[in-house]
Design a protein around this ligand. Structure first.
Ligand code: G4P
Length: 282
């Protein structure tokens, strides 16, 4: 597998997020509901310190609802408040201000003790690439905002988006890097679009996906490609799918690149139905 992790990027991202956090009361961490653990930033606890944190399990429309419930229970037990949303279709988003306010109860108490008048809570969205940070910000803002992030050489004045009278959201998200020490995490990130296509081996990622689907969602796999059965050997499975999809090259051989692209695209577009690529380990 070609995926690599660059500690330099990680350190820079951490610095940038830490800088933003100085202005922040509450953090909203976004993860991809299909890979809630792999799409977390391993430094999130350290970076956000003791700030109250709401975890948004986004892209719930693409995830397996049963496993999403299991993940919610898992995070509750870890003392991280989860809220499942589908930002693309605006589902679950209305609950965000109320949940944030609940999490900020200790802060309100502190203000009261000190005789400070409550001001709107300031929040920040953080997450790894492609988990839906911009989509969530745009939905919460109710309009399309140019989200530039932290690209070098690009400056943009940060602004607060008002959400009712009690909450404000910084319009530039904190971008964190994923960390993939083991191959499976890398493949999950690749399959869900969190890491760019040029840095991983396409066929390896698809083979990982087929092996996973054959074990966890055999029916979805069979029905997507009209398969009578799933061969034990995953290269044979690749062959079967390639033939079904007419991906052949001269001599009647299967074109593995094209077949892998089709499977990959089908997953990205949610054409297998709701699939979650990892289960909570308790
Ligand atoms: P980012 O700022 O964290 O990098 O993510 P962004 O909002 O740009 O979202 C990444 C992709 O995920 C976008 O698709 C967006 O439409 C999609 N997306 C965000 N939230 C949801 C959701 O709740 N459900 C679904 N199904 N999709 C969601 P895109 O523009 O087509 O990009 P790409 O997938 O081609 O990379």
């Amino acid at each position: 597998m070609k995926i690599q992790w660059y500690p330099g990027h990680m350190a820079k991202a951490k610095r940038q997020v830490t800088e933003k956090l100085k202005m922040i009361d509450v953090v909203m961490e976004i993860v991809d509901a299909r890979i809630p653990m792999s799409s977390r930033n391993p430094m999130i606890e350290e970076v956000t310190e003791n700030k109250p944190r709401l975890m948004l399990l986004n892209k719930a429309d693409l995830a397996d609802p049963q496993l999403t419930r299991e993940w919610e229970a898992y995070f509750e037990q870890e003392n991280v408040k989860p809220l499942t949303i589908d930002a693309q279709h605006g589902k679950g988003m209305k609950q965000i201000p109320a949940e944030v306010q609940k999490l900020a109860a200790p802060l309100y108490e502190k203000w009261e003790r000190k005789g400070i008048n409550p001001r709107p809570l300031r929040s920040l969205i953080v997450g790894i690439p492609n988990v839906g940070k911009s989509t969530v910000i745009n939905k919460l803002a109710g309009k399309k905002i140019a989200i530039i992030g932290d690209k070098p050489g690009v400056t943009k004045k940060q602004q607060w988006i008002k959400m009712g009278s009690t909450l404000e959201l910084l319009d530039t998200p904190g971008i964190l890097w994923p960390k993939f020490e083991d191959e499976a995490v890398g493949y999950r990130l690749a399959l869900t679009g969190a890491v760019k296509e040029e840095i991983f081996d396409f066929q390896d990622a698809v083979l990982f996906f087929l092996t996973f689907m054959a074990s966890e969602y055999p029916q979805l796999l069979k029905s997507r490609y009209n398969l009578d059965s799933i061969p034990e050997d995953k290269v044979e499975l690749f062959d079967d799918i390639g033939r079904k999809r007419g991906c052949l090259i001269s001599g009647g051989h299967v074109d593995y690149d094209r077949t892998a692209e089709i499977i990959f695209r089908d997953f990205r577009q949610g054409l297998f139905g709701p699939v979650t690529l990892e289960k909570p380990v308790t």
